[in-house]
Structure formats: structure tokens, C-alpha cells
Design a protein around this ligand. Sequence first.
Ligand code: FAD
Length: 386
Amino acid sequence: MYRLKVVVIGAGIGGLTAAIALSQSGYEVEVYERAQELRPRGAGISLWSNGVKVLNRFGLGEKIAAIGGQMDAMRYLSSQGEILNHICLLPLIEEVGQRPYPVARADLQAMLLDAYPGKVKLGHRCIAVEEHGEQVTATFENGHQATGDLLIAADGVRSTLRQYVLDREVQPTYRDYVNWNGLVEVDEALTPANTWTIYVGNHQRASMMPVGGNRLYFFFDVPLPSGTSAPPELIRSELVEHFQGWADPVQALIQRLDPEKTNRLEISDVGPVDRMVRGRVALLGDAAHATCPDLGQGGCQALEDVYMLNHFLLTTNISVEDALKRYESSRKDRTSSIVKKARNRAEVIHGKDPEITAQWYDQLRQEAPSAVTGAIAKTILTGPLQ
Ligand code: FAD
């Protein structure tokens, strides 16, 4: 289809990438974001090869490589520092045809903003959407209205527009663990600079992976009841308590991190949902399928959504509604399966059934590295870009 005007709600990874892709396809795109100032939520993200391939497709390959970390291996260690498994990632890269890139979220956001030829309209919180004839209109809290041929609701895990598309309310579900994340400078005393290091024990994790700019993206996860919180000044003592007795690099990381710049959040997911579109409105990214981060696939799925949505708008010409239906058909099963798989993995990692988690620790010791890379390759290669 030609000469479409697209209204995008939300300037996260999904909304911005959609805006870049659809602008490149020759469509008129307007992006509306509720925040007054764009700040990334979270310190880092690991873009696996399926997500990177989408960025390559839209001409961002060199840019993502420039800001990405060189992750050649991953290794699991016990909480005491015993190496359980060391996995070279080069066979995976060869199998799937593209390196993964862990990146600082601020760098990724800056890269996407730079590549979007328009200007994001900040301070616009979308509160309603209405379809009329061959148009759709978004209404914002500040009274502004925006009309287009289609609307992309990329408004994240707490999406306002999800209810319009699903015709019912679906709230995110807390998945029973808290995640802390941030950035520290690379230091061999913490982890080899080209290696994603993950300490596991007591249903918790402490992890570090390289991102560009000589930094490590770290995270900790701990199963906790919902509703816990801690001000920045208590974050270090909280982590000291949860990770008491863990290996020296974990202790060093806790001392090294900047509590003021460490994010602390309860992990939730959404779905699987039974629809992704209604008429001229399409959910994209976390709005449709917020995913536990335990597979590192939530953002990658938003990128795959963009690829398929752009594909059907460009290659079909029956109607916008028809193209969106095709988008939904191409994405619903894939994203539902990733949401379920990531939730299942979160449960294994975080001790929903302690026996299963104990078995997983044993399995890590015995598993052939090719089994680990094979499972990652399968997730990557079952996406739209082989
Ligand atoms: P968001 O990034 O949430 O963007 C939504 C945007 O919409 C926001 O800017 C918001 O302000 C705006 N908005 C919301 N409501 C409105 C409104 N009413 N009007 C206007 N604007 C609005 N994924 C990976 O691929 N790899 C990883 O390693 C990874 N690690 C993760 C680690 C953690 C701890 C978490 C929580 C997630 C992780 N993810 C990862 C998932 C990934 O972060 C998300 O899937 C991705 O950011 C979703 O992008 P999005 O654009 O759909 O939503």
C-alpha cells in the first residue's frame, strides 16, 4: 500500500523502530510519547541475533555493531564461583548468521532516535482511540488529536490501548521476582570482558555481560513477594544481604555499582493474548506480549513485530485491516510461545518448584555447550528472518 499516514503511540524500542521502518517505506509517520523527556527504562539489553537482523534490514547494522558488546562466550558459575559450564558462542553465531549485541539502553535509544527522520512528540499521553470510516484518531490527555490510516499501539507493558484492541482488560502479572540492573566499568576481576557471566544459586542470579563503551551491563534477580521496594540508599545493603556468601566477583560488583543509577523493578509479563489487532489498530511489542526477561527476547520480539507489520503494509494492497490481520497471523503464535517459554524459564530459574531448579543446576554442570547454543539458535531461527 502507498501513501499511508501512521500514528505511533510510544517511543520505546518497538515504537521508534516501527517509525524508522515505516518512514523508510515511504509512509508518513507521527510518534507520540507520554514522557516529557525520553529516558531509557533499564540499563542494558541483550539483542539476540533475530533482533539484530531486523536492525540490519533497516540499515542500522553498523550502528548497532558500534555500540554493542563483544560477547564471544557465556559461562555459568555456582554462587561459590565454581564453573558449571563454559559455552563458546562462535558456533551459534555461525549457525544463525549474526552476532548478538548486548547494548546500553541509552545508546540504543540514541541510535534509534537519530535514525528516525521525524521528531517524537513528547508530553502526549494517549487516552483513547476511535475508528471512523477509513481513519483512526488518537486523543491525548492534553486535548490534542492525531488522525491516520492506522495506529500502532507500542505503549508498553502497561498499555492503555490494549483494552481497546482486546475488548477486555488484561493487566500484567507479577512473576514473583525482583530485578536490579545497571552498568559498571569493565574489570577482569568481575568477568572476562568478552564473556557473559551468570552466577546461580538459591533461586537467584547475578549476571554481567559486556556492552559497548568498556562497560558491563549487570543484573541481579531474587524471588520476592510483590510490593517490596527500596530507596537507592538501601539498594547496596539489600544486595549484600541477598548475596551474602557468594563468590568474590559478586561481592566486588555489589560494592562497585552506583546505587543511584541502579534500577530495581518487579518483573511482570502479559498474555498470551488472543488478538493483536482490531480494525486499524495494531498492538506491537510489550503492549501485546510483555515477556519475562529470562530468554532475552522481549525487545527482539518487538523488532520482529516491526519487520512483519512493515512487510504486510508494503506487500499487500487489499486494505489496512487486511494487512493488520496478516500481521497478527504471522506474530500471534510466535509471540505467545515466547511469552510461555520465558515464563517457564523464569519459574525454573527462580525456584517455583525447588526440585526442578535443583535439577537445572545439575543439568548446567552436565549439559554439552552445543545443547545450550542449539536451544538459543532454535529460538532465533524460528523467527521471521532465518
Ligand atoms: P517500551 O519500551 O515499554 O515503550 C513503551 C513506550 O510507550 C514508553 O516510552 C512509554 O512511556 C510510552 N507510553 C506508555 N503509555 C503511553 C501512552 N498512553 N501514551 C503515549 N506514550 C505512552 N528484551 C530483550 O530483547 N533482551 C533483553 O536482554 C531484555 N532484557 C530485559 C530486562 C529487563 C529487566 C526487562 C524488564 C525487560 C527486558 N527485555 C529484554 C524486554 C524489553 O525491554 C522490552 O520487551 C522492550 O523494551 C519493549 O519495547 P516496547 O517499545 O514494546 O515498550
